[in-house]
Ligand binder design. Sequence first.
Ligand code: PLP
Length: 417
Amino acid sequence: MNRKKFSPESLMMSYGYKPELSEGAIKCPIFQTSTFVFDNAKHGKAFFEVAYGLREQKPNEELGLIYSRLNNPDLEILEDRLCVWENAEDCAVFESGMSAITTVLLEFLKPGDLLFYSRPVYGGTNHFITQILPKFGIEVLGFSAKDDKQEMIRLLEESGLGDKLAMIYVETPANPTNDLIDLKACRDIADNYANKERKPLLAVDNTYLGPIWQKPLEFGADLVLYSATKFLGGHSDVIAGACLGSEALMARVKTMRTFLGNMAVPWTGWLLMRSLETLKLRMEKQVRNAEKVAEFLRDHPKVEKVYYLGFLEESNPEQHKIFQKQCLSKGSMVSFDIRGGEKKAFAFLDNLDLIHLAVSLGSTESLAQHPATMTHADVNEDEKEKLSISEKMVRLSIGVENADDLIWDISQALESV
Ligand SMILES: *Cc1c(COP(=O)(O)O)cnc(C)c1O
């Protein structure tokens, strides 16, 4: 009998876990332990040789369990399962999305290097790139979704730093406008600037659509990053992050993680494994709900514009082409401009009954917030205008509730505006 290659959603309940190593427990226990006992001194020596890269790992030799800053079963099994979704060689999980992102930036950039990054990026990422990396002598240069490949190359040429390009960092779809960046074009640019000494990397924050609806590794990304706090966790009860890529790159990421000490803890690993069992179910329902909500908003007289991947065909054919190329779904993030301004937007937010007023996204419960004064409060005014993040904008993250209830709530909150 040929074994069937099971789908990720079929594997999430048991992949990588051996019940016989845990008294037959069907679920992976929480290995709440700081250190692991070696069978004998020879084993301990062999584990450290591999962990510290003192020799090549032998074929089929697994890295033994040493100490929970280096490895722990709850993290390793979770990492194996995330690799299944992403079809990646290796993964590292972190105690936050910011940890995953900053570890990658610190590992792969050095003084004199250029980081070319898409704008807008997540607020925390933006702060680290613009305020912290320059302190280490790293040059940073931004581009926006409105810049096509020619314009991106022009920006690099104009900066005079093209030969220093070490990484292109992209967040797509962008928050809160759902602007798309062409991953294939970014790969081409990274390759154009490659030479004997350097091969620029492409890193993609895939929090908004991944791992189900967008697969950056297939479009030439070297590293994929997540705030696992969002869809992967999906219940607004854990902060976590992840990075995936080739074995060679991930070995560097994991070594940096060992020395920064920002790995996820066993409890976080256990929570995320539980979340992954329902990842596809949750995301499919969220996408269906978001479609209904977006259509309701589009036809509402108090709504001026809806920012939703499902409406690009009419509103922006160029963006729609990118959507068709690299996105597998319209996602569950919907932003809209309300006629009026901050006062009207706040009235809407304050009158919601079922949907909660909170930042974050990707969870089972629907959330609403005001990007201009909340998640994007520290983006400067010019930039906000350029990116269409105005006082009129409300961002919704759609959850798994009954769609009619969500629409009722949005409708009554708009009535009271
Ligand atoms: C939330 C978020 C982050 C940061 O993740 P944390 O888990 O809060 O550290 C990074 N990128 C995106 C796109 C996010 O939404």
